[in-house]
Design a protein around this ligand. Structure first.
Ligand code: GUN
Length: 305
Protein backbone atom coordinates (compact mmCIF):
# COMPACT_ATOMS: atom_id res chain seq x y z
CA UNK A 1 0.00 0.00 0.00
CA UNK A 2 1.31 3.45 -0.83
CA UNK A 3 1.18 5.75 2.15
CA UNK A 4 0.50 9.38 1.32
CA UNK A 5 2.78 11.87 3.06
CA UNK A 6 1.38 14.60 5.26
CA UNK A 7 1.63 17.93 3.46
CA UNK A 8 3.16 20.64 5.60
CA UNK A 9 1.04 23.62 4.66
CA UNK A 10 3.07 26.78 4.97
CA UNK A 11 -0.04 28.65 3.87
CA UNK A 12 -1.98 27.45 6.93
CA UNK A 13 0.85 27.83 9.46
CA UNK A 14 1.77 31.27 8.14
CA UNK A 15 -1.87 32.38 8.49
CA UNK A 16 -1.74 31.39 12.19
CA UNK A 17 1.50 33.33 12.67
CA UNK A 18 0.07 36.37 10.89
CA UNK A 19 -2.97 36.25 13.18
CA UNK A 20 -0.64 36.21 16.21
CA UNK A 21 1.39 39.14 14.83
CA UNK A 22 -1.77 41.09 13.99
CA UNK A 23 -3.12 40.63 17.53
CA UNK A 24 0.14 41.86 19.07
CA UNK A 25 0.25 44.88 16.76
CA UNK A 26 -3.34 45.78 17.64
CA UNK A 27 -2.38 45.67 21.32
CA UNK A 28 0.74 47.76 20.70
CA UNK A 29 -1.35 50.34 18.89
CA UNK A 30 -3.87 50.46 21.73
CA UNK A 31 -1.38 50.57 24.59
CA UNK A 32 1.51 52.53 23.09
CA UNK A 33 -0.10 54.25 20.10
CA UNK A 34 2.69 52.80 17.99
CA UNK A 35 2.68 51.03 14.61
CA UNK A 36 5.64 48.97 13.31
CA UNK A 37 7.09 50.27 10.05
CA UNK A 38 8.93 48.36 7.32
CA UNK A 39 10.85 49.94 4.42
CA UNK A 40 11.79 47.82 1.41
CA UNK A 41 14.37 48.94 -1.13
CA UNK A 42 13.70 47.40 -4.54
CA UNK A 43 16.22 47.95 -7.32
CA UNK A 44 15.41 47.43 -10.99
CA UNK A 45 12.70 45.40 -12.67
CA UNK A 46 13.52 41.76 -11.79
CA UNK A 47 10.06 40.13 -12.09
CA UNK A 48 10.63 37.65 -9.23
CA UNK A 49 11.86 40.43 -6.91
CA UNK A 50 8.82 42.55 -7.79
CA UNK A 51 6.48 39.66 -6.93
CA UNK A 52 8.29 39.04 -3.60
CA UNK A 53 8.14 42.73 -2.67
CA UNK A 54 4.44 42.95 -3.60
CA UNK A 55 3.77 39.93 -1.36
CA UNK A 56 5.68 41.56 1.50
CA UNK A 57 3.57 44.74 1.12
CA UNK A 58 0.40 42.66 1.11
CA UNK A 59 1.51 40.85 4.27
CA UNK A 60 2.20 44.17 6.01
CA UNK A 61 -1.27 45.45 5.12
CA UNK A 62 -2.86 42.27 6.47
CA UNK A 63 -1.29 42.53 9.92
CA UNK A 64 -1.22 46.33 10.35
CA UNK A 65 2.43 47.12 9.63
CA UNK A 66 3.08 50.42 7.88
CA UNK A 67 5.08 49.63 4.72
CA UNK A 68 7.01 51.74 2.25
CA UNK A 69 8.73 50.57 -0.91
CA UNK A 70 11.56 52.63 -2.34
CA UNK A 71 11.94 51.66 -5.98
CA UNK A 72 15.34 52.58 -7.45
CA UNK A 73 16.62 52.38 -11.02
CA UNK A 74 18.69 49.48 -12.31
CA UNK A 75 21.60 51.87 -12.89
CA UNK A 76 21.75 53.01 -9.23
CA UNK A 77 25.14 53.28 -7.50
CA UNK A 78 26.16 51.78 -4.15
CA UNK A 79 26.38 55.32 -2.73
CA UNK A 80 22.82 56.18 -3.76
CA UNK A 81 21.49 53.10 -1.96
CA UNK A 82 23.64 53.89 1.09
CA UNK A 83 22.12 57.40 1.18
CA UNK A 84 18.59 55.92 1.28
CA UNK A 85 19.59 53.47 4.02
CA UNK A 86 21.07 56.31 6.04
CA UNK A 87 17.75 58.18 5.93
CA UNK A 88 15.81 55.06 6.94
CA UNK A 89 18.30 54.23 9.73
CA UNK A 90 17.52 57.64 11.25
CA UNK A 91 13.73 57.49 11.04
CA UNK A 92 11.84 56.64 14.25
CA UNK A 93 8.76 55.38 12.39
CA UNK A 94 10.73 52.77 10.40
CA UNK A 95 11.74 49.75 12.50
CA UNK A 96 12.69 47.32 9.74
CA UNK A 97 14.76 47.86 6.58
CA UNK A 98 15.07 45.27 3.86
CA UNK A 99 17.01 45.47 0.60
CA UNK A 100 15.58 42.99 -1.87
CA UNK A 101 18.28 40.79 -3.36
CA UNK A 102 19.84 40.25 -5.85
CA UNK A 103 21.25 43.73 -6.53
CA UNK A 104 22.68 44.74 -9.92
CA UNK A 105 26.34 43.90 -10.60
CA UNK A 106 27.68 47.44 -10.13
CA UNK A 107 26.34 47.55 -6.55
CA UNK A 108 28.47 46.31 -3.65
CA UNK A 109 25.88 44.13 -1.89
CA UNK A 110 28.12 43.47 1.12
CA UNK A 111 28.54 47.19 1.74
CA UNK A 112 24.79 47.77 1.38
CA UNK A 113 23.85 45.03 3.85
CA UNK A 114 26.49 46.25 6.32
CA UNK A 115 25.01 49.76 6.24
CA UNK A 116 21.62 48.70 7.68
CA UNK A 117 21.46 49.26 11.46
CA UNK A 118 21.57 45.74 12.97
CA UNK A 119 18.49 46.56 15.10
CA UNK A 120 16.54 47.32 11.89
CA UNK A 121 17.97 44.42 9.86
CA UNK A 122 14.77 42.36 9.60
CA UNK A 123 16.40 40.05 7.02
CA UNK A 124 19.06 39.14 9.59
CA UNK A 125 21.81 39.37 6.95
CA UNK A 126 24.04 41.87 8.77
CA UNK A 127 27.25 40.24 10.08
CA UNK A 128 26.32 41.41 13.60
CA UNK A 129 23.10 39.38 13.46
CA UNK A 130 24.86 36.45 11.76
CA UNK A 131 27.52 36.53 14.49
CA UNK A 132 24.90 36.64 17.23
CA UNK A 133 23.19 33.63 15.65
CA UNK A 134 26.49 31.73 15.85
CA UNK A 135 26.90 32.81 19.49
CA UNK A 136 23.25 31.92 20.28
CA UNK A 137 22.48 35.48 21.37
CA UNK A 138 19.09 37.14 20.86
CA UNK A 139 19.01 38.64 17.35
CA UNK A 140 17.02 39.08 14.15
CA UNK A 141 17.17 35.70 12.38
CA UNK A 142 16.78 35.34 8.58
CA UNK A 143 13.12 34.73 7.75
CA UNK A 144 13.28 31.65 5.52
CA UNK A 145 15.39 29.57 7.93
CA UNK A 146 13.34 30.58 10.98
CA UNK A 147 10.18 29.85 8.95
CA UNK A 148 11.46 26.34 8.23
CA UNK A 149 12.22 25.62 11.90
CA UNK A 150 8.85 27.11 12.91
CA UNK A 151 6.93 24.92 10.47
CA UNK A 152 8.71 21.80 11.72
CA UNK A 153 7.99 22.74 15.35
CA UNK A 154 4.32 23.44 14.69
CA UNK A 155 4.07 20.01 13.00
CA UNK A 156 5.59 18.49 16.17
CA UNK A 157 8.65 17.25 14.29
CA UNK A 158 11.54 17.21 16.75
CA UNK A 159 15.02 18.20 15.64
CA UNK A 160 17.01 17.02 18.66
CA UNK A 161 19.27 14.12 17.68
CA UNK A 162 17.97 14.00 14.09
CA UNK A 163 20.17 13.74 11.03
CA UNK A 164 19.45 16.80 8.93
CA UNK A 165 20.92 17.17 5.46
CA UNK A 166 20.95 20.74 4.23
CA UNK A 167 21.35 20.90 0.45
CA UNK A 168 22.57 24.40 -0.41
CA UNK A 169 24.98 26.62 1.51
CA UNK A 170 23.76 30.15 0.75
CA UNK A 171 23.99 33.03 3.22
CA UNK A 172 20.19 33.50 2.93
CA UNK A 173 19.08 29.93 3.60
CA UNK A 174 21.68 27.16 3.94
CA UNK A 175 24.14 28.69 6.40
CA UNK A 176 21.64 30.25 8.85
CA UNK A 177 19.41 27.15 8.63
CA UNK A 178 22.37 25.01 9.59
CA UNK A 179 22.98 27.13 12.69
CA UNK A 180 19.32 27.03 13.74
CA UNK A 181 19.26 23.23 13.39
CA UNK A 182 22.51 22.94 15.31
CA UNK A 183 21.09 25.16 18.06
CA UNK A 184 18.20 22.65 18.28
CA UNK A 185 20.74 19.81 18.72
CA UNK A 186 20.33 18.23 15.29
CA UNK A 187 23.31 16.64 13.52
CA UNK A 188 23.65 18.68 10.35
CA UNK A 189 25.38 17.81 7.09
CA UNK A 190 25.75 20.66 4.59
CA UNK A 191 25.93 19.76 0.91
CA UNK A 192 26.66 22.05 -2.00
CA UNK A 193 27.60 22.08 -5.65
CA UNK A 194 31.02 20.49 -4.98
CA UNK A 195 29.62 17.66 -2.81
CA UNK A 196 30.86 14.39 -4.31
CA UNK A 197 28.04 12.01 -3.44
CA UNK A 198 24.86 13.96 -2.67
CA UNK A 199 22.73 10.81 -2.62
CA UNK A 200 24.78 9.26 0.17
CA UNK A 201 24.09 12.29 2.38
CA UNK A 202 20.40 12.65 1.54
CA UNK A 203 19.72 8.92 1.99
CA UNK A 204 21.09 9.14 5.52
CA UNK A 205 18.83 12.07 6.47
CA UNK A 206 15.78 12.05 8.75
CA UNK A 207 15.10 15.57 7.48
CA UNK A 208 16.19 16.96 4.10
CA UNK A 209 16.07 20.69 3.42
CA UNK A 210 16.80 21.66 -0.15
CA UNK A 211 17.47 25.20 -1.37
CA UNK A 212 19.38 25.13 -4.63
CA UNK A 213 17.15 26.38 -7.46
CA UNK A 214 17.67 23.11 -9.37
CA UNK A 215 14.32 21.55 -10.32
CA UNK A 216 14.07 17.74 -9.83
CA UNK A 217 17.39 17.64 -7.93
CA UNK A 218 15.97 15.42 -5.17
CA UNK A 219 14.69 12.18 -6.61
CA UNK A 220 12.89 9.25 -5.05
CA UNK A 221 15.98 7.04 -4.69
CA UNK A 222 17.76 9.81 -2.75
CA UNK A 223 15.35 9.88 0.20
CA UNK A 224 14.92 7.47 3.08
CA UNK A 225 11.50 5.90 3.63
CA UNK A 226 9.60 8.03 6.14
CA UNK A 227 11.92 11.06 5.93
CA UNK A 228 10.74 14.68 6.19
CA UNK A 229 11.39 16.85 3.13
CA UNK A 230 11.37 20.65 3.11
CA UNK A 231 11.56 22.19 -0.35
CA UNK A 232 12.77 25.80 -0.49
CA UNK A 233 13.21 25.93 -4.29
CA UNK A 234 11.04 28.16 -6.48
CA UNK A 235 11.49 27.33 -10.16
CA UNK A 236 9.27 28.67 -12.93
CA UNK A 237 8.71 26.04 -15.62
CA UNK A 238 7.17 27.09 -18.91
CA UNK A 239 4.89 24.89 -20.98
CA UNK A 240 7.72 24.35 -23.49
CA UNK A 241 10.06 22.95 -20.83
CA UNK A 242 7.53 20.86 -18.91
CA UNK A 243 7.51 17.05 -18.87
CA UNK A 244 4.25 15.29 -19.89
CA UNK A 245 3.63 14.44 -16.19
CA UNK A 246 4.03 18.06 -15.13
CA UNK A 247 1.82 19.25 -17.99
CA UNK A 248 -0.92 16.95 -16.74
CA UNK A 249 -0.46 17.69 -13.00
CA UNK A 250 -0.38 21.48 -13.43
CA UNK A 251 -2.73 21.62 -16.42
CA UNK A 252 -4.67 24.59 -15.00
CA UNK A 253 -1.51 26.68 -14.43
CA UNK A 254 -0.28 26.04 -17.97
CA UNK A 255 -3.67 26.88 -19.46
CA UNK A 256 -4.02 30.06 -17.40
CA UNK A 257 -0.44 31.33 -17.19
CA UNK A 258 1.62 29.23 -19.61
CA UNK A 259 3.92 28.29 -16.72
CA UNK A 260 3.95 26.77 -13.22
CA UNK A 261 6.10 26.94 -10.07
CA UNK A 262 7.87 23.86 -8.76
CA UNK A 263 10.52 23.29 -6.11
CA UNK A 264 13.82 21.39 -6.15
CA UNK A 265 12.18 18.05 -5.28
CA UNK A 266 10.61 15.60 -7.72
CA UNK A 267 7.43 15.94 -5.66
CA UNK A 268 5.19 13.41 -7.39
CA UNK A 269 7.75 10.60 -7.04
CA UNK A 270 9.13 11.54 -3.61
CA UNK A 271 5.82 12.23 -1.84
CA UNK A 272 4.63 8.59 -1.51
CA UNK A 273 7.91 7.64 0.17
CA UNK A 274 8.18 10.28 2.90
CA UNK A 275 6.26 11.03 6.11
CA UNK A 276 6.00 14.82 5.63
CA UNK A 277 6.74 17.13 2.71
CA UNK A 278 6.30 20.85 2.09
CA UNK A 279 4.76 21.68 -1.29
CA UNK A 280 5.71 24.40 -3.79
CA UNK A 281 3.85 26.69 -3.91
CA UNK A 282 2.22 26.93 -0.47
CA UNK A 283 5.13 25.64 1.62
CA UNK A 284 8.17 27.62 2.71
CA UNK A 285 7.30 30.72 0.61
CA UNK A 286 4.43 32.02 2.78
CA UNK A 287 6.42 31.17 5.94
CA UNK A 288 9.18 33.57 4.85
CA UNK A 289 6.70 36.46 4.67
CA UNK A 290 5.14 35.59 8.03
CA UNK A 291 8.54 35.47 9.75
CA UNK A 292 9.56 38.78 8.15
CA UNK A 293 6.44 40.37 9.64
CA UNK A 294 7.27 38.78 12.99
CA UNK A 295 10.82 40.19 12.77
CA UNK A 296 9.44 43.66 12.02
CA UNK A 297 7.23 43.46 15.10
CA UNK A 298 10.21 42.27 17.16
CA UNK A 299 12.33 45.22 15.92
CA UNK A 300 9.50 47.65 16.76
CA UNK A 301 9.12 46.13 20.24
CA UNK A 302 12.86 46.40 20.88
CA UNK A 303 12.82 50.04 19.75
CA UNK A 304 9.96 50.76 22.19
CA UNK A 305 11.79 49.27 25.19
N1 GUN B 1 15.90 37.48 -2.32
C1 GUN B 1 15.54 36.17 -2.20
N2 GUN B 1 15.22 35.88 -0.93
C2 GUN B 1 15.39 37.03 -0.22
C3 GUN B 1 15.20 37.36 1.15
O1 GUN B 1 14.84 36.55 2.00
N3 GUN B 1 15.46 38.66 1.48
C4 GUN B 1 15.88 39.57 0.57
N4 GUN B 1 16.13 40.80 0.99
N5 GUN B 1 16.06 39.29 -0.70
C5 GUN B 1 15.81 38.02 -1.10
Amino acid sequence: MIKIAKLISGSKISAQIKDEVQAEIAQMKKEKNKVPGLAVILVGENPASKVYVANKEKGCNQVGIHSETIHMEDTVSTEEILAEIDKLNNRDDIHGILVQLPLPKQVDSGKVLMAIKPEKDVDGFHPVNMGKLVAQQDCLVPATPSGIVEMLKRENITLKGKNVTMVGHSEIVGKPCTLLFLNEWATVTICHIETKDLKMHTQNADIIVVATGVPYLIKEDMVKQGAVVIDVGINRITKEDASPELLEWRKQDFEKKGATLIGDVDFQKVEPKVSHISPVPGGVGPMTIAMLLKNTLKAAKTAAE
